[in-house]
Design a protein. Structure first.
Length: 85
């Protein structure tokens, strides 16, 4: 699933809380806007960061779950199966 362009709430693992201690307050969940993602992790824009153009890298191994809201796409319309007369 591509998280880019979504507001996501991440449950941080203890090693992530330690790594991000100087940037964000020590808490279990971190919420932000995912600017992009790569093989390293997600690039996250946080409301508490100034200026707003700064982002942080949250590595894949630093969180256990990601919570987000999404709307599933409607299934593609398929033609009926069978023989034509």
């Amino acid at each position: 699933m591509n998280l880019s362009g979504s507001r996501v709430r991440f449950r941080l693992l203890p090693n992530a809380r330690e790594a991000l201690k100087g940037i964000v307050s020590d808490r279990e969940f971190l919420e932000g806007f995912v600017v992009s993602e790569s093989h390293l992790g997600v690039w996250l824009s946080l409301p508490e960061l100034e200026p707003a153009t700064e982002v942080i890298l949250l590595k894949w191994e630093h969180f256990s779950t990601a919570l987000l809201e999404y709307r599933p796409e409607a299934p593609a319309e398929r033609l009926p199966v069978g023989f034509r007369r």
